[in-house]
Design a protein around this ligand. Structure first.
Ligand code: DNO
Length: 358
């Protein structure tokens, strides 16, 4: 595996590349062109510049998170092909620069959803948290405004103000899109981008829905093992793969991570490793990466990745906000650096135990 950190790019992140480089074992970043709205083409020159900035800092771009998919493609409107063409050109430019891992999601309107961006824990750390009761009792526009206000002045991934200024129109546009239609639109999209992916060896790693059930009445289709395998069967090509995200899949407290990892096998191209603390179904908060701080057995998940020969990028995911850091919720330096070290420690121990036949 390759240890990486997510980095939002110059001007969009409180964390610098120089800081990332000093985290032991971290050799690359997962990044994006954060200012380019979903649906627009990524110019080759911008991709080159981004690559240069990262490489000048002694790191490598191990993947893009995300090249976002325009709502027209998810909804399946008549103009979707125009946006797919732009997506294809963006992939072409990434491929030309040797960047061949792309994380994306197919969630309607909102990307990941949390109801509290700074829930205080007893030790003073703050974490992202989710409570279904809040989602059930709030208007989506109000929810968006609240989330935006709580983001410490950062634009959070999937919560771009320009797009979400039109929440009502977006909901209206999705009103006839049920889970089947959304799934078919995903298949249409994946088939259309197939040739460019195959030409450049690009691996498309879909991000699971977070949380893994419909929110605000919008359908969700990448919710667990069966849904992922259904997608693999529908477009049965190596470029159609998965971002194995523990926080998203693990919003379902019954998830069995080793089982998902073994079932998806070599179609897992990217891993987001993190821990959640579940209180009740639909009520959880994000914990430190350490197993004992949350509900997940992190050793078993990392071991399953190791055992299936996973060799793609891993990144620690949402961290707690600790030590007075001012950062985008979930994306500070300190706790993610601790997370990276912990995952690397697990990996080394598993590696050595296996080599010694223990
Ligand atoms: C949340 C992230 C997601 C993820 C996208 C991928 O912090 O895991 O925003 O990047 O869903 O497109």
């Amino acid at each position: 595996m390759k240890m990486t950190l997510r980095w939002y790019g110059p001007g969009h992140d409180s964390v610098t590349l120089d800081q990332i480089r000093q985290i032991p074992g971290v050799t690359g970043v997962i990044t994006t062109l954060y200012d380019i709205p979903a649906g627009e083409e990524w110019p080759l020159e911008r991709v080159r510049q981004l690559k240069k900035v990262v490489e000048d800092a002694g790191l490598k771009i191990e993947g893009i998170e995300s090249v976002n998919v325009h709502d027209a493609i998810k909804i399946g409107t008549p103009d979707r092909d125009k946006y797919i063409e732009n997506y294809i050109r963006s992939l072409e430019h990434l491929g030309q620069e040797g960047i061949n891992l792309v994380c994306y999601n197919f969630m309607p309107v909102f990307d990941w959803t949390r109801t509290d961006l700074a829930k205080m824990r007893p030790d003073g750390a703050t974490v992202l948290a989710y409570d279904q009761k809040v989602v059930d009792s709030i208007d989506p526009q109000v929810f968006f405004d609240q989330t935006n206000d709580a983001s410490n002045g950062f634009v959070m991934p999937g919560w771009e103000p320009e797009r979400l200024a039109h929440v009502k129109e977006l909901f209206e546009a999705y009103k006839d899109v049920d889970a089947d239609r959304l799934f078919n639109n995903l298949v249409y999209f994946l088939e259309a981008i197939g040739p460019v992916c195959e030409k450049y060896g690009i691996r498309m790693a879909i991000h699971p829905d977070d949380p893994s059930w419909p929110v605000f009445g919008l359908p969700r289709i990448i919710t667990g093992k069966d849904a992922i395998l259904k997608l693999f069967r529908a477009v049965d090509k190596p470029y159609n793969g998965l971002t194995f995200c523990m926080g998203s899949l693990g919003s379902n407290p019954d998830i069995n991570f080793p089982d998902v990892i073994r079932a998806c096998g070599d179609r897992i191209y990217f891993a987001h490793v993190r821990n959640l603390h579940h209180f009740a179904p639909g009520v959880f908060e994000e914990a430190a990466h350490l197993s004992s701080d949350g509900s997940f057995d992190m050793y078993e998940a990392v071991k399953a990745l190791h055992d299936t020969g996973f060799d793609g990028p891993i990144r620690p995911d949402h961290g707690r906000t600790i030590w007075g850091e001012k950062c985008m919720p979930g994306y500070g330096l300190y706790d993610r650096a601790l997370g990276a070290m912990y995952i690397e420690g697990l990996w080394e121990a598993i590696d050595k135990a296996e080599a010694r036949g223990v």
